[in-house]
Design a protein around this ligand. Structure first.
Ligand code: ATP
Length: 254
């Protein structure tokens, strides 16, 4: 790995829906070890961008490089094998399985196995060990044998993160990890992401500006499918274009 090379590099990606360009030539570099947040108004194209990074949406044009390798047309499961993970959404949790089983399935999916309920004991342990570590990391250890549906909302969101990090990705894509959370749950998620940052690069899409400014090393502002500014939280706060397009005066003075 070349240390000066961005871990993720997006060059001019375009995604059109009819006449609308949800991505209109997006350029973005994410450096190894940083928390890089994407902010922008509703409909700016944040979710569409994450979908293209994870491989669920194919861009019409442009290039996505991961660790210098062109992954623009690489399918989702192979991106995951390369170390690029998207956090699962609450809707992808199996509600009737235990918390530990959910994470073990994420490990299994990463290993490229098909979905089977019967496994030899050694294989079972091979999946459960990293799953237990991910639960410890996300503060869900004591819920390991709880049925996933019985978890509080904030705990389910942390379970999504556990499922994403159980495979030790190099880059994790998190789409609004604090959505629907109260202040205490949000605080726990901020602590968790802060801790994760020690060994994982994080691309964060987040609406809560307190979370964004508390965590981010750099912020990119997406408006109408284009990145209009990238910089440190201080630089973004001070940027007049960003203020006009999105932040308003509230966050301008910090
Ligand atoms: P939000 O903050 O509200 O989640 P966003 O920044 O994530 O918004 P996207 O969901 O990526 O924005 O949507 C960008 C634009 O593309 C919007 O105008 C949206 O209506 C449109 N769009 C997204 N997905 C589709 C689709 N599958 N078909 C048609 N239009 C779409």
């Amino acid at each position: 790995m070349n240390p000066s090379q961005p871990l993720l590099s997006v060059r001019g990606i375009v995604k059109r829906y009819g006449g609308l360009a949800a991505s209109d030539g997006v350029d973005l570099d994410v450096a190894t070890g940083e928390i890089h947040s994407i902010i922008g108004p509703n409909g700016a194209g944040k979710t569409t961008l994450v979908g293209q990074l994870s491989g669920e949406i194919r861009p019409d044009a442009g290039q996505i490089l991961f660790d210098g390798r062109d992954i623009t047309t690489v399918p989702t499961y192979r991106r995951s094998a390369l170390g690029l993970a998207r956090s699962f959404q609450v809707t992808s949790i199996f509600p009737r399985l235990t918390v530990l089983e959910n994470v073990a399935l994420a490990v299994q999916a990463h290993a490229g196995h098909s979905f089977v309920f019967w496994r030899p004991a050694a294989e079972e342990e091979r999946l459960r060990e990293p799953a237990r570590e991910a639960l410890a990391r996300t503060g869900l250890e004591r819920h390991a044998s709880s049925i996933a549906a019985t978890l509080a909302h904030g705990e389910q969101r942390r379970l999504e993160v556990a499922m994403a990090i159980a495979t030790e990705p190099r880059l994790v894509l998190l789409d609004e990890p604090t959505a629907g959370m109260g202040p205490e749950e949000t605080r726990q998620m901020v602590d968790l992401l802060h801790d994760l940052r020690r060994d994982t690069t994080i691309l964060l899409v987040e609406h809560d500006m307190d979370v964004v400014f508390a965590l981010s090393d750099r912020i990119s502002v997406l408006v109408y499918g284009r990145v209009i500014a990238t910089g440190s939280p201080e630089a973004i706060r001070a940027n007049a274009d960003v203020r006009d397009a999105y932040l308003g005066e509230e966050y301008a003075d910090g």
